[in-house]
Design a protein around this ligand. Structure first.
Ligand SMILES: [Zn+2]
Length: 321
């Protein structure tokens, strides 16, 4: 019975109008590359552009989650159709055109983390945005996937006209040599990378406190835990708003579904969980539009509260702004 149905289906699919299309398509060369990773949306009078920088399959070990057995982690990854030994880690940066300024929130990997990431510049140009036109770079925290895009591989500034604004608490923690010296070897690499990015531009880097309005309509909110100065951004225009979550949670299929999990890369795991639940509860209760740096492109959507955690509901593609 199954065979008959299947054969009938196949016969139907290849009959009449379908045949010429298939044979014409078969002769066409494959495109061989992805389309540009650009998604535009509006918050009030602001035009936002989500720009994809690519993806990293970050190797993990059985120590990846500090407070859950690795068998549970493996089954969560399997539930999300992810490889069992890697964390699927996409990167999406955000440009906000406030009407007065072009503001870039976090800068991507700068092509310095994985061969499958580093396409921000290509997507920026495809979006018709000249890197020289970026007025302001605002940084959520100092992990390399957020700051490396400030400079290219040859240490040249990618956005030469942009003012750089960073969380004061983040600067205080990471740029302190006593903290560098006390850090384990792998974290020392993170400290050294921050010096490569910031040391020679330190004079022109502005540090902000939580609650500061870094540009008209973009307000900073302390979100500590992942790193000491980790910051999220509330964007308001007209009667619309967006919460830019940064790394409050990494991939939502893992960390929204398991909000209690403390990842090895969280500096203060307890604080990271408290921050995550507080912000996610607020976003879910207020039905806020949110974007997360490591959410699947275009990284924008809503959060709903479930029995044990949260679920991310992506936005629909809108052909018209
Ligand atoms: Zn990150």
């Amino acid at each position: 019975m199954h065979e008959v149905t299947r054969r009938g289906f196949l016969a139907g699919a290849t009959s009449a109008a379908a045949l010429p299309v298939l044979s014409a398509g078969a002769a066409a060369p494959p495109a061989g590359k992805e389309a540009a990773g650009i998604y535009r949306y509006r918050i009030g009078a602001f035009e936002l552009t989500a720009l994809y920088d690519g993806i990293w399959y970050r190797p993990i070990t059985d120590k990846f989650i500090r407070n859950a057995p690795f068998t549970e982690v493996e089954s969560a990854l399997a539930d999300a159709f992810m490889p069992a030994d890697k964390l699927t880690t996409p990167f999406t940066t955000l440009i906000v055109n406030t009407g007065q300024k072009l503001v870039l929130i976090d800068t991507g990997t700068g092509g310095q983390i994985a061969p499958s990431a580093g396409v921000l510049r290509t997507n920026l140009l495809a979006a018709g945005i000249d890197p020289k036109a970026i007025d302001l770079i605002v940084i959520s925290h100092f992990h390399p996937d957020h700051i490396n895009g400030i400079k290219d591989k040859d240490n040249e500034l990618v956005f030469p006209n942009a003012e750089v604004m960073v969380p004061a608490a983040e600067w205080k923690f990471w740029m302190d040599d006593a903290n560098l010296n006390a850090a384990p070897a792998d974290l020392k690499l993170t400290f050294r990378n921050q010096r490569r990015i910031f040391s020679d531009i330190a004079q022109s880097v502005t540090r902000f406190e939580p609650g500061a309005e870094v540009a008209s309509g973009i307000v900073t909110v302390a979100a500590p835990g992942h790193t000491p100065g980790h910051t999220v951004f509330a964007i308001h225009s007209g009667d619309q708003s967006l919460l830019v979550l940064g790394d409050t949670a990494q991939h939502p299929a893992v960390f929204a579904r398991h909000p209690d999990w403390q990842a090895a890369f969280d500096i203060d795991g307890d604080a990271a969980v408290t921050t995550r639940k507080k912000l996610f509860d607020r976003a879910a209760a207020d039905r806020m539009l949110v974007t997360g740096y490591h959410f699947p492109f275009p990284a924008c959507g809503h959060l709903i509260k479930t029995a044990n955690g949260y679920e991310h509901v992506p936005v629909e593609w809108q052909p018209n702004l």
